[in-house]
Ligand binder design. Structure first.
Ligand code: SAM
Length: 354
């Protein structure tokens, strides 16, 4: 009999090994020994720890996992003609009420082909839960039914406080037609995923100042201008004319690594394509010198040892901050071979989240 894993983690296809390395490292940091084992599959990872040391996942702790779910059942060889009956048997045996049910698949080609099935099966599952009196909008947990194949399902019970609030862990954003580049979606997603609503309100106020390093043609600047921030856009390349006409943007044709703000700004964002260590050094310098309060930047990861390199760069930034730094890193849906990081110096009033 196959053992049921503790955790199910969704990730970008191609980054399963980094996702697995990370969950093992996180389990180790909780002090569980031995650390448990991760099993890698296409677009997802499962993690099993010894019975005396089960861990509860929190997706916010992960860079490479888009979602992190505690599994309670795993069903194989589901009959094609009736997948619902065995799933409802498992749900009735558990007896837990759920606030909602999401039917999901990995973001692989095979998983994408299951999208129509997931949609129709979602309706059937909601119907089954209602009939069994296991659907209650006030229930604390959401049901996830994750199908790597149409005859194989993992069932998980998700606490909304510890799990990503988007199906497949992917916030679906619409490209704003007025934005000068598709990169705009990356900063929009970063602000949505790395900050909570209260932080966005407090830390992104009209009239605040920002520097955008590697700004052209202006997708990231556009996101800041949209929130009425004043932006110094640093890039030798041309900026979209509409942004320059907004009255909120100053374009400086300079090297982003040499640029120094005349006075401290609220935000520094950086999308320059460079070695991750150079970017980490740059961010450490900006934060350490107090040139900005908050930063969002990309770390382009090398082909090999991507997990180790991401950890090394984050450590460099933390060590440069005397009182520690609040660092939140994630491989966003709109990221490819890279991760996106939010950083700010830790303060006594607002302790670090990670
Ligand atoms: C990925 S693009 C940025 C896209 C931009 N964030 C947007 O949303 O439209 C990278 C930009 O970094 C700029 N860049 C690369 N190295 C730079 C440097 N040393 N100083 C300033 N800009 C640099 C490039 O000219 C390029 O425009």
């Amino acid at each position: 009999m196959r053992t049921i894993p503790d955790l199910l983690l969704y990730c970008r296809p191609g980054f399963e090994h980094e996702c697995a390395q990370e969950v093992v490292a996180i389990a180790g940091a909780y002090g569980t020994a031995p650390q448990g084992t991760a099993h890698v599959a296409a677009g997802y990872v499962t993690f099993s720890s010894p019975p005396q040391a089960r861990i509860n996942g929190d997706w916010r702790r992960h860079i490479f996992a888009r979602q992190c779910l505690p599994v309670f059942a795993m069903l194989d060889d589901l009959p094609r003609a009736d997948r619902l009956t065995p799933i409802m048997q498992a749900l009735n045996a558990r007896g837990e009420c759920f606030s909602d049910a999401w039917v999901e698949a990995p973001e692989t080609d095979e998983g994408k082909a299951l999208a129509p099935f997931c949609k129709s099966f979602g309706n059937a599952l909601i119907g089954g839960l209602k009939k069994a009196r296991l659907l209650d909008p006030n229930a604390p947990h959401r049901l996830h039914a994750f199908f790597p194949r149409s005859d194989h399902v993992y069932l998980a019970s998700a606490d909304p406080a510890c799990t990503a609030p988007w199906p497949q862990g992917i916030p679906r954003l619409k490209f704003p037609r007025e934005a000068p580049s598709r990169s705009t979606l990356k900063l929009e997603e970063a602000l949505l995923v790395l900050l909570d609503e209260r932080e966005r309100e407090r830390w992104l106020k009209p009239g605040m100042s920002a520097v955008d390093l590697g700004a052209a043609p202006g997708g990231w600047t556009w996101q800041l201008v949209r929130r009425s921030l004043r932006v110094t856009a640093v890039d030798n390349g041309p900026m979209a004319s509409g942004l320059l006409q907004s009255g909120l943007v100053t374009h400086r044709r300079e090297d982003g690594f040499r640029f120094r703000p005349a006075r401290a700004v609220d935000w520094m964002v950086c999308d320059m394509v460079e070695q991750p260590r150079r970017i980490a050094e740059l961010v450490a310098r900006w934060l350490g010198a107090g040139w900005c309060r908050y930063a969002i930047f990309n770390l382009k990861l090398p082909m090999k040892k991507r997990f180790e390199e991401s950890q090394r760069c984050l450590k460099m930034i933390t060590e440069a901050a005397p009182a520690g730094a609040d660092l939140r890193a994630r491989q966003l849906y709109h990221d490819r071979e890279e991760i996106t990081v939010f950083a700010r110096l830790a303060t006594r009033k607002e302790p670090a989240r990670r």
